[in-house]
Design a protein around this ligand. Structure first.
Ligand SMILES: [Zn+2]
Ligand SMILES: [Zn+2]
Length: 241
């Protein structure tokens, strides 16, 4: 029973990861698809824990959980910040987990075993584990980004268009994934506008001067703690993002 309840807890955590992925335009479809097996696995594990004898559901709980884990992995790697020079790795990192989850589900669902499936599963499982081990190093916030040879101070927040977290270099920077151009400067040279714009879009990140986390509106603003002036602009897409 405890094992099955642990399965329910894991699948609930996967649901939370996938629900957070619904908010990003880049991953909402992936997250919505992943929620189906995640919710199914939650039901199946809970049913098995209380021994309600709905045998097919209990049998497929592990397979559904593997499938949901693959989708949650893909959502996390799709949105995680990667150094500009390593963004090419995103596809490999994302798909290793997605394929690993799908193959594990196939392996669990399938009544017979085949060598090619075993081999493929081991390869993708190892690639997924390597991706998990590398995540803290790859997504570490360094406080700077590289524009070619140039090292530029940066701040990290989710791209207003695609939702991927990006280290935006001071000055003009492009999103690593969707190419949105954004201008960010501090200390801003211009004086602060007298009245704040009521419908200004906002993003949340740590003040580059004092580290206090603030919600910064587009245009000109000041840090509420240290008074740093910051200017932030990006192109508005026709869809309003
Ligand atoms: Zn973007
Ligand atoms: Zn500050």
């Amino acid at each position: 029973m405890l094992q099955h309840l642990a399965g329910t807890a894991l699948c609930f955590a996967l649901c939370l990861v996938l629900i957070s992925g619904l908010r990003a335009p880049r991953t909402w479809i992936l997250a919505a698809i992943g929620l189906v097996p995640a919710a199914g696995a939650c039901v199946a594990f809970t049913t098995a824990a209380f021994d309600l004898a709905i045998e097919p559901l209990a049998r497929y709980a592990h397979g559904l959980a593997a499938l949901a884990l693959g989708f949650a992995h893909a959502v996390v790697y799709s949105l995680t910040a990667l150094p500009r020079e390593r963004v090419w790795m995103r596809g490999l990192l994302m798909f290793s987990g997605l394929w690993g989850g799908a193959l594990a589900a196939l392996w669990l669902f399938s009544p017979s075993r085949s060598t090619w499936l075993d081999v493929a599963l081991v390869v993708f499982a190892l690639a997924t584990l390597a991706a998990w081990a590398a995540l803290p190093f790859l997504s570490r916030e360094r406080g700077f980004t590289r524009h070619g040879e140039l090292v530029v101070p940066s701040v990290r927040f989710a791209c207003p268009r695609c939702g991927t977290r990006v280290d935006w270099g001071k000055g003009v920077a492009a999103c690593t994934d969707c190419g949105l151009f954004l201008h960010i400067a501090w200390p801003a040279p211009e004086p602060i506008a007298a009245a704040p714009v009521p419908d200004a879009r906002r993003v949340r990140f740590a003040c580059p001067e004092c580290g206090s986390r603030e919600r910064w509106p587009t245009g000109l603003s000041t840090c509420s703690r240290c008074g740093l002036r910051l200017s932030l602009h990006w192109n508005v897409h026709p869809s309003g993002r």
